[in-house]
Write a protein that binds this ligand. Structure first.
Ligand code: HEM
Length: 499
């Protein structure tokens, strides 16, 4: 009897929470008690970008619509002009991210730039920005080229004729080596030594299983309970090991070890000059930013490589055109001039942009309002305004915008020509945002695309990919990936290039 009464009370509460958008004149997909619009996501039938896509396509006449992440109302702006206001012009009202896990909940994860808020975010962002500048990426490119060369050596010993390969094995090893080298300051070769300690830590830190994703939804919906249960995103023992690895490299560098053009050096140099604000942070803060490369940059960059190869396999004419461009590179490009030579490859750049349009690894960027806000009328020319107090969650529907036929002819087709110098100026602003936009856009975009280009230029000079399976999205993936993986046929090209 009491149980039944409690259930009814919970149901009434849930239905009341799920009335929020309707009572504010915002259209939503029909929510289910307790699960909101995430039933299919919770039971592993759909990826969350497919839920956003369903609303995006259903409410074509609306400037925005609502989605319930369980009970949390989340506004999805569809109109590029409204997106500009939220992300750029009125950033002061949307400076926070949706999910917030603070240091009290997770001392390592809660310190990283993605989680920081307000003035602490601003100071940290300013302090880290020089580490991702064009000149820093240029000096890190040779470190990346060494990692890409290790992949070539590994493959040349094994791939003598066409073989089936899950290219994710190669790309994650490469990206791990790049981050170990550029962020933590030491060399690994994860294909030859897949058990190196930082690779094992990385795989655990970014693990994309259901438990990890549910932790984020948990923090968004039941923060107090999650805190009481002491749920951490990164296991304490892993956090300690990451800390020890980074701090030992930092200590050595401060003690005068030979400088290296990496993230640690940027921090040490910045502290020396005391001009950027980096000196205001503790070593634990700095460890968190190094681990951030893994949290934000590992799966994203690896899956950029994977999806790139998947698209090349499915589009042999594009692959051939790209390979003709790569064949023009001097044999030495793998080394010192890595940055300049890959940056100069126009068709490679166009292909990277197009792959990121089709597969924007982060399918939805998030924000949370910090002030009362008038989102304007729900329809162009309408007079029902949605006005909300602080705390409204926003999901920017990047995946859907990138596949909207109003902005992209034949949006499902891979066509790098969309990004030629002549064509890209016709792209409507705020319809292409693989790295988000505004003051909180991805800080690592240049690092990621440089690492990707250095790898792809070497790989596709020596190998051709073909085959590939279904593109169906993995329902559990937060960073987009296909349900059935990235297995392709990799065939050596007829060695016309000096190694
Ligand atoms: C292909 C690879 C990558 C993609 C597609 C990607 C995409 C994104 C997107 C969409 C956002 C949200 C932006 C917004 O809310 O406006 C973001 C944020 C961020 N990304 Fe990336 N990212 C990639 C690689 C990296 C790498 C290598 C790093 C290196 C550290 C990185 C660091 C960050 C950080 C720190 C933020 C949060 C910035 C802030 O809140 O101030 N990302 N990324």
């Amino acid at each position: 009897m009491w149980f039944f009464l409690l259930l009814v009370l919970c149901l009434v509460y849930s239905l009341w929470r799920l009335r929020y958008f309707a009572s504010n004149g915002v259209k939503t997909l029909v929510p289910v008690p307790f699960l909101g619009n995430l039933t299919a996501v919770t039971f592993g039938r759909e990826n969350f970008v497919e839920v956003i896509e369903a609303g995006y396509n259903k409410f074509k006449d609306q400037r925005y619509f609502g989605i319930y992440q369980y009970h949390v109302p989340t506004l999805v702006p569809r109109d590029p002009e409204l997106i500009r206001r939220i992300m750029v012009a009125d950033f002061h009202a949307f400076s926070d991210r949706g999910v917030h896990i603070d240091q009290a909940c997770d001392p390592l994860f809660g310190r990283n730039l993605i989680m920081l808020r307000g003035s602490r975010w601003r100071t940290m962002r300013a302090a880290l920005t020089p580490a991702f500048s064009a000149s820093r990426c240029r000096s890190m490119a040779p470190l990346m080229a060494i990692c890409a060369k290790n992949v070539q050596i590994y493959l040349s010993e094994r791939v003598r004729e066409g073989i089936q390969l899950d290219v994710d094995e190669i790309s994650t090893a490469y990206v791990n080596d790049v981050i170990a080298s550029c962020a933590f300051g030491f060399a690994t070769d994860s294909l030859q030594d897949p058990h190196n300690c930082i690779f094992r830590l990385a795989k655990r830190a970014v693990v994309q299983d259901t438990t990890q994703i549910m932790k984020f939804f948990g923090y968004e919906n039941m923060k107090t309970l999650m805190q009481l249960l002491n749920v951490k995103i990164i296991k304490s023992s892993d956090a300690e090991q990451f800390g020890e690895l980074f701090k030992s490299a930092l200590r050595a560098r401060r003690a005068g070890a030979a400088p290296r053009p990496d993230f640690i050096q940027t921090l040490v140099d910045a502290a020396g000059k005391a001009t950027t604000g980096a000196e205001n942070f503790s070593d634990d803060d700095l460890v968190a930013q190094a681990v951030l490369f893994y949290i934000a940059g590992y799966d994203t960059t690896a899956n950029l490589l994977n999806y790139f190869l998947l698209e090349m396999a499915a589009n042999p004419t594009i692959q051939e055109k790209l390979q003709s461009e790569l064949d023009q590179l001097p044999g030495s490009h793998e080394d010192k001039e890595a940055y300049d030579s890959v940056q100069g490859l126009e068709y490679l750049e166009m292909c990277v942009c197009e792959v990121l349009r089709l597969w924007p690894l982060v399918g939805a960027a998030d924000r949370r309002s910090v002030a009362r806000y008038d989102f304007g009328p729900n329809q162009t020319g309408g007079d029902t305004h949605y006005v909300a107090g602080a705390g409204v969650h926003v999901w920017l529907p990047v995946y859907s915008l990138h596949r909207d036929e109003r902005y992209w002819a034949e949006p499902q087709r891979c066509d790098p020509g969309r990004f030629s110098a002549a064509n890209k100026q016709h792209i409507l602003p705020y319809t292409y945002m693989p790295f988000g936009t505004g003051p909180r856009h991805c800080i690592g975009s240049r690092f990621a695309t440089t690492a990707a280009k250095v790898f792809l230029a070497q790989f596709l000079r020596h190998y051709t990919v073909s085959g590939g399976g279904s593109r169906q999205l993995h329902p559990r993936a937060f960073i987009l990936r296909p349900k059935h993986g990235f297995t392709l046929t990799v065939t050596p090209r007829n060695n016309h290039i000096s190694a």
